[in-house]
Design a protein around this ligand. Structure first.
Ligand SMILES: NC(=O)c1ccc[n+]([C@@H]2O[C@H](COP(=O)([O-])OP(=O)(O)OC[C@H]3O[C@@H](n4cnc5c(N)ncnc54)[C@H](OP(=O)(O)O)[C@@H]3O)[C@@H](O)[C@H]2O)c1
Length: 395
């Protein structure tokens, strides 16, 4: 298999490929076309030339283009890559503000933002031209007038894999999918993520797929959304009876899994990892944890799935019909309601954190501490054990 991989990604393949310079006119112009004549092996990135003691001023040898770096997981991944002395190319499509927090994570010149257009193949090639690693974090759990689930989650991933394959110098491709992604899911979001996994592995069988469960951290879109809602409306809608089981994971652990996979000697190539946290929660229990940290007495309104879907439906119907952007769905997102109507747990025979030598954090203490910003009496309110929240104190 390694020979086949070598043919596809390695030195010989590049030499035999007559079209490579025509595919990458930009990179050829800047780098004289020599860059692709790499002597890098395809056994992971373990054979890259490394210099230094391992800190951010060292050279890890990794030059990674991280698509979707401007998002939630992106900031933790870029930080970990930069910390070990990698160069990180950050394609961005928005304003300069979307990536400026990332610049501080590395030494001068280490984090390189590059404006691109996700619908322009040449601009994707340009941001990939200098890389030897590609990581795809692009994903969206709601549709807009501009972008369908299929385009963002599936077709973009497929296109990145195809371009990486043509590139010839990409040694590792990591696709971030989603736990529960399946062609048979009732959620179109999860279906499109499953289609992306299939497409990426078809193009690049040696790619690594990471399937994180719902991610928790300072910028997360679950506990923050719940806390926001609970603060504004003094209750939290609980879909179904809140008994759906999930396995939330700390975002930093997911970033570590990606970096660990990159550093191995190729053992994670062609593998799919399911990344769930160490504990299984029901949605109700996770919401209780949120209430506990924000020091408020839990108040829930249980909403049957059918009614929750009915509330979420008008946005989906109007999305393509009205000529104005629709509000971003937070709690009542049809696809997330569909996704949360069944348990989403790491399967027994899947490769997990342990297979990468990582012990994931429990969701208590630091990983959920950001929620103290939602405490009514200020962040320090109720921080001592004696100040227990009671129903009376919130009646
Ligand atoms: N968050 C979770 O709980 C969770 C759980 C499981 C799996 N995942 C998956 O993990 C990956 C990272 O998640 P995340 O929470 O970091 O996502 P995020 O915060 O929503 O960031 C998504 C990234 O994708 C980019 N993106 C979205 N739509 C795009 C488009 N049409 N064209 C180009 N770029 C686009 C965004 O760029 P802009 O900044 O320009 O919008 C952003 O950089 C995603 O693939 C997601 O599906 C997330």
């Amino acid at each position: 298999m390694m020979q086949a991989v070598s043919r596809r990604l390695g030195h010989q393949y590049i030499k035999q490929s007559p079209s490579i310079s025509s595919i990458y006119p930009l990179s050829d112009r800047y780098y004289g076309g020599e860059r692709y004549q790499s002597t890098l092996t395809t056994k992971g990135v373990g054979h890259l030339v490394r210099k230094g003691t391992g800190g951010r001023s060292s050279v890890s040898g990794i030059v990674a283009t991280v698509f979707g770096a401007t998002g939630f997981l992106g900031r933790y991944l870029v930080q970990q890559l930069a910390k070990m002395g990698s160069q990180v190319l950050v394609p961005f499509r928005g304003s300069e503000d979307s990536h400026r927090h990332l610049k501080l994570m590395g030494d001068l010149g280490q984090i390189v933002p590059m404006k691109y257009d996700p619908r322009d193949e040449n601009s994707i090639k340009a941001v990939m031209a200098k890389a030897n690693v590609v990581i795809n974090l692009i994903g969206r759990e709601y549709e807009t007038r501009n972008y369908s689930f299929e385009e963002v989650n599936h077709h973009m991933a497929e296109q990145l894999a195809m371009i990486a394959k043509e590139h010839g110098g990409i040694m590792r491709f990591i696709q971030v999918s989603c736990l529960g992604a399946s062609p048979s899911s009732s959620s179109r979001y999860l279906k499109s993520k499953a289609a992306a996994e299939e497409a990426v592995l078809r193009e690049l069988p040696e790619a690594t797929v990471m399937k994180p469960a719902v991610m928790i951290g300072t910028e997360d879109r679950i506990l923050n959304t719940w806390a926001h809602f609970a603060k504004n409306y003094s209750f939290l809608p609980l879909m179904g009876d809140g008994s759906t089981k999930i396995q939330p994971v700390y975002v930093v652990d997911v970033a570590s899994a990606i970096v660990t996979a990159l550093k191995d000697n190729g053992t994670s190539m062609g593998k799919v990892y399911e990344l769930g946290g160490p504990d299984i929660f029901t949605v109700h229990e996770l919401a209780d944890l949120m209430y506990d940290v924000i020091r408020e007495w839990p108040r829930y309104v249980k909403i049957p799935f059918s009614i929750a879907k009915a509330i979420a439906m008008p946005r989906e119907i109007l999305l393509k019909k009205v000529p104005v952007p629709m509000p971003i769905p937070a709690i009542f997102n049809l696809d997330l309601i569909e996704a949360n109507s069944t348990d989403t747990l790491v399967s027994g025979n899947a490769l997990k954190f342990e297979d990468l030598g990582i012990v994931p954090h429990k969701l208590k203490g630091y990983p959920v501490e950001f929620l103290i910003q939602y405490r009514k009496g200020g962040p320090q309110y109720g921080s001592t054990v004696s100040e227990k929240v009671t129903p009376q104190s919130w009646s």
